[in-house]
Design a protein around this ligand. Structure first.
Ligand code: 13P
Length: 251
């Protein structure tokens, strides 16, 4: 039985120009000895080609569900692959909110990612209102049903659990709640997909150098999807190191 991938993933969102690749160089050099984890940066598409071959795995932040066509401003999974990506985030809450993406849209994007040989990082997460109403697990189960297509395997899919209310706010659930929610996600995946229980599940939402160790200590957390703290090597490297220290020996 192969161990689940442990991934320190950055999501640069709409940040970063060529000059910021100095951060990537520092991240890559720190990643070299961390053999137990995957260090991944999901970058604006404009940076991918310039970032390739520098020692970190690369991902896109979104892709279109179609392989090509008259879709001005959109980018296909194949284009991301061609530019050096091996992963792509789909269904991030900012896409679901800003662009009205539904679970069905997200599932179509995940399938498009697979068709181009990309690993889909499928994001799920409850809003603050849903959290307060105690509906987290129910909401996540519905998102998994709708967003994770048949054919999802631990090889082609990573799940990112990102509570919407924790993104960019400095708030996080208690570590016990993160573990409980990840275990519930894993159980749902296991009932819906043959190898679902073996998928890597990342936590995202205000992961910082000072809380990474506690978050990664949870047995069902297989890494982090990090926004703001992935933009600077000084913040992201300690997060990568915390993951490697916590899980690197599992590989
Ligand atoms: P922050 O780490 O900035 O809260 O962002 C999390 C996120 O949305 C990663 O995809």
């Amino acid at each position: 039985m192969t161990a689940r991938r442990q991934i320190a993933a950055g999501n640069w969102k709409m940040h970063g120009c060529g000059a910021d690749l100095v951060e990537l160089a520092e991240i890559a050099s720190a990643a070299k000895p961390l053999s137990g984890i995957v260090t991944l940066l999901c970058l604006p598409a404009t940076l991918l080609d310039r970032a390739r071959g520098r020692g970190v795995e690369l991902g896109g932040e979104d892709c279109h569900a179609q392989p090509s066509g008259a879709h001005t401003g959109d980018i296909s999974a194949q284009m991301l692959r061609d530019a050096g990506a091996d992963f792509v985030i789909v269904g991030h809450s900012e896409r679901r909110c800003d662009h009205g993406e539904s679970d069905t849209d997200v599932a179509a994007k995940a399938m498009a990612a697979w068709d181009s040989g990309l690993i889909a990082i499928i994001c799920i997460g409850e809003t603050e209102e849903q959290y307060r109403a105690g509906r987290t697990e129910q909401v996540l189960a519905a998102q998994i049903t709708g967003s994770v297509p048949d054919g999802a395997t631990p090889e082609n899919t990573v799940i990112a659990y990102e509570p919407v209310w924790a993104i960019g706010t400095g708030l996080t659930p208690d570590p016990e709640d993160i573990q409980k929610t990840h275990a519930a996600i894993r159980a749902t995946l296991a009932t819906q997909h043959a190898m679902g229980g073996k998928m890597s599940i990342l936590y995202g939402g205000s992961v910082k150098p000072d809380n990474a160790k506690v978050i990664f200590a949870s047995p069902d957390v297989d890494g982090g999807l990090v926004g703001g703290a992935s933009l600077k090597a000084a913040d992201f490297v300690p997060i990568m190191q915390a993951l490697n220290a916590s899980k690197g020996g599992n590989q």
